[in-house]
Design a protein around this ligand. Structure first.
Ligand code: GTP
Ligand code: MG
Length: 211
């Protein structure tokens, strides 16, 4: 399905957030895990800036997403600053406490948190902490294992180790290089948007999955 995507705004503080309206999908994970690349893969265009330098995304970036034929945005993608990279200055890690945590805890339209972990790296403490925090504040979440193209035949055992280490039922393998996991992820995003629309009594439903 070809969606339309558009950069909306970049926020460095809660007051700059757009008014809460349509369901939001948040992209979370350690610096360099592939959050911006995942957004670009789903959008099928390069709307989010990616980089080899960890800590590239330092603001919360909001992107509008429209289903084909719809005049208004149906959902927002929310690209959050990465965490857990030692060389990122403290000032940036402090932003997490300042406005990322409050966003995750209180944003009324947050429909799904995608927690990205690198499929090539063993389970990390800060990933487990984020997942615990999201469970504590009762947010729907899905763990996505990125860069799955680099793992090769060890993928199954790597995912199983990750699942146990992070204490989650399900992990979706993904690659923004090969497109692995993309259709499944879109399906889960559409379901989260529909669920959120139903809960809020919204009229703007997502189209049914075709095929
Ligand atoms: P920050 O904004 O710094 O937190 O990073 P990010 O999580 O947005 O990561 P980004 O998407 O910028 O990707 C970081 C690096 O990983 C880039 O060099 C990407 O090309 C690479 N990368 C991302 N996804 C994949 C993938 O699925 N496979 C492979 N092989 N490389 C990937
Ligand atoms: Mg980024």
């Amino acid at each position: 399905m070809k969606v339309h995507t558009r950069f909306l705004l970049s926020a460095l503080d809660e007051r700059q957030f757009p008014a809460a309206s349509v369901p939001e999908i948040a992209f979370l994970g350690r610096s360099n895990v592939g959050k911006s690349s995942l957004i670009n893969a789903l959008a099928a265009v390069k709307i989010a800036k990616t980089s080899n330098t960890p800590g590239r995304t330092q603001a919360i970036n909001f992107f509008e997403v429209r289903w084909p034929g719809h005049p208004k945005p149906d959902l927002l993608f929310v690209d959050l600053p990465g965490y857990g990279y030692a060389r990122v200055p403290r000032e940036i890690t402090n932003r997490w406490q300042g406005f990322v945590d409050p966003y995750l805890a209180h944003r009324p339209t947050l429909a799904l948190c995608l927690c990205l972990v690198d499929a090539n790296v063993p389970p990390q403490k800060n990933d487990a902490q984020l997942i615990e925090f999201l469970q504590h504040v009762d947010r729907p979440l899905l763990v996505v294992a990125t860069k799955a193209d680099k793992v090769g035949s060890r993928l199954h055992s790597a995912l199983e180790k990750m699942r146990q280490g992070l204490g989650v039922d399900k992990i979706l393998p993904f690659s923004s290089k090969t497109g692995m996991g993309k259709d499944e992820l879109w399906k889960l995003i559409r379901m989260a948007v529909e669920r959120s629309d139903e809960e809020s009594g919204g009229l703007a439903g997502a189209p049914r999955a075709t095929g």
